[in-house]
Design a protein around this ligand. Structure first.
Ligand SMILES: N[C@@H](CCC(=O)N[C@@H](CS)C(=O)NCC(=O)O)C(=O)O
Length: 215
């Protein structure tokens, strides 16, 4: 049996895991869940993942787990080559710093359930939700742009794609969706463009997933 990844074409957290799998040359069975239609809340999926979020990864003969960064670290340890973390203690810490800025500081504030709660309980409009999302994206991206001044080569940390890039690309996809002006982040834009040209990133892109929908 193959490993399985529960995801959604537009989920940036699932997108990170798809890129990691592709960079490592691993194939999985993809199970799409339609988040906008609430498939993550149904009893069938809650029985699999009580958190009701994607990604959810089931390793054949191994663990079943959520949290994209935990899944990616599991893949890194289970399949060390090619590595997603750079050589060098400081470089690995910088890669994790960028990943955590995206996954821990930016992403949770723009997640679907948070945006829906802003409307349901506080009457926020679609425009207000988008502005909220852009605000928190800009705060995190500013910090990463400064970090890249010291670490970037062709990619975020030197010249090999890895953990930082596979977090940056999905986050910039979200930033574009929500109309964030990316001109203050030229280094991020350059890293994003370089990474998106790679086959592993192209195959993981939302528009190349079978459950992709226009709009
Ligand atoms: N920290 C988690 C975040 C997971 C998460 O929030 N996933 C989103 C999609 S990107 C989700 O499932 N949202 C469903 C919802 O908000 O109802 C991770 O990195 O895996």
């Amino acid at each position: 049996m193959a490993d399985t990844l529960y995801g959604y074409y537009r989920s940036s957290a699932a997108y990170r895991v798809r890129i990691a799998l592709n960079l490592k040359g691993l194939s999985v069975t993809h199970v799409p869940l339609h988040l906008r239609q609430g498939a993550q809340h149904g009893p069938a999926y809650r029985a699999i993942n009580p958190a009701g979020l994607v990604p959810w990864f089931v390793a054949d003969g191994g663990p079943a787990l959520g949290q994209s960064l935990a899944i990616i670290e599991y893949l890194e340890e289970a399949h060390p080559a090619p590595p997603l973390l750079p050589a060098g203690l400081a470089a690995r810490a910088y890669a994790r710093e960028i990943a955590h800025t995206i996954a821990c500081d930016i992403h949770p504030l723009g997640n679907l359930r948070v945006l829906e709660k802003l409307s349901a309980d506080y009457g926020e409009t679609a425009q207000g939700r988008a502005a909220w999302n852009r605000h928190w994206m800009a705060a995190g991206l500013r910090a990463i742009e400064a970090r890249l001044a010291r670490t970037a080569g062709h990619f975020a940390i030197g010249d090999a794609p890895g953990l930082a890039d596979l977090c940056i690309v999905p986050q910039l996809y979200n930033a574009r969706r929500f109309g964030l002006d990316l001109s203050p982040y030229p280094r991020l834009a350059a890293v994003d463009a370089a990474a998106r040209a790679l086959p592993a990133f192209i195959a993981a892109a939302p528009e190349n997933q079978p459950d992709h929908e226009e709009g």
